[in-house]
Design a protein around this ligand. Structure first.
Ligand SMILES: O=C(O)[C@@H](CO)OP(=O)(O)O
Length: 245
């Protein structure tokens, strides 16, 4: 018995296009991002990958990516489950900041550490400030963070993965997870059993489905999974790695 898990990072958002740290700020997809999401769905259809259920975050760039991709794949009707536990990493006080300016202000080492280290969180966001989510009703009653390192993202995403996604996989469903660069990196670290240094070098492109076939122990049959458009994925991942330069 093998299981199929498809990870899809949302298409380019308006703040990706402007090179701003985004985190939990609920920005929309750009025109290009909408086209990427649609292309992601076309790829699913072309390659015969047919999700039975979709899991998303509570952020519109992921929810709309799922809708556009599933619409293009003629699968808009499948059940959807949503959780803040699949949200992007909370980028703390960096939310809303220009990445190039942040790199100049903090220096190359600290900038790289804030973006890709496993356990160093960015500075915490001030409650009530412009890009804070502390008053957002969608998170009422939840233990929402003020900043997260990737380690904390994995801590909050893993209970959802094990409690909601694994049961769908074990029921024989092809599961699509439409989420974010860093929440999906946390899941990739877990699935591929990567070290902190290894996951620091992983960047996910926007809008290209990454398919993991999992064995009976839910271990990847091919480490790192397989992108449905490997060439575009490599170019997209390199562009993400270079942000801030
Ligand atoms: O700004 C963010 O929330 C993320 C993803 O867009 O950026 P980064 O790739 O720098 O972690």
């Amino acid at each position: 018995m093998t299981y199929t898990l498809v990870l899809l990072r949302h298409g380019e958002s308006e703040w990706n296009a402007k090179n701003l740290f985004t985190g939990w700020v609920d920005v929309p997809l750009s025109e290009k991002g909408r086209a990427e999401a649609t292309r992601g769905g076309e790829l699913l259809k072309e390659k015969g990958v047919t999700p039975d259920v979709v899991h998303t975050s509570l952020l519109r760039r992921a929810m709309n990516t799922a809708n556009l991709a599933l619409d293009a794949a003629d699968l808009l009707w499948i059940p959807v489950k949503r959780s803040w536990r699949l949200n992007e990493r909370h980028y703390g006080a960096l939310q809303g900041m220009d990445k190039k300016k942040a790199r100049e202000e903090f220096g190359d080492v600290k900038f790289a550490e804030y973006r890709r280290s496993y356990d160093v969180p960015p500075p915490a966001i001030e409650l009530g400030s412009e890009w804070s989510q502390d008053a957002d009703p969608r998170y009422a009653g939840e233990p929402i963070p003020r900043a997260e390192a990737l380690a904390q993202v994995l801590d909050r995403a893993l209970p959802y993965f094990e409690g909601e996604i694994v049961p769908d996989l074990k029921a024989g469903k092809t599961v699509l997870v439409a989420a974010h660069g860093n929440s999906l990196r946390a899941i990739v670290k877990y699935l591929d059993d990567l070290t902190p240094d290894e996951i620091a070098a992983v960047n996910l492109p926007t809008g290209i489905p990454l398919v993991y076939e999992l064995d009976e122990f839910l271990k990847p049959i091919v480490k790192g999974g397989e992108y449905l458009d490997p060439e575009a994925a490599a170019a997209g991942a390199a562009a993400v790695a270079n942000q801030g330069k």
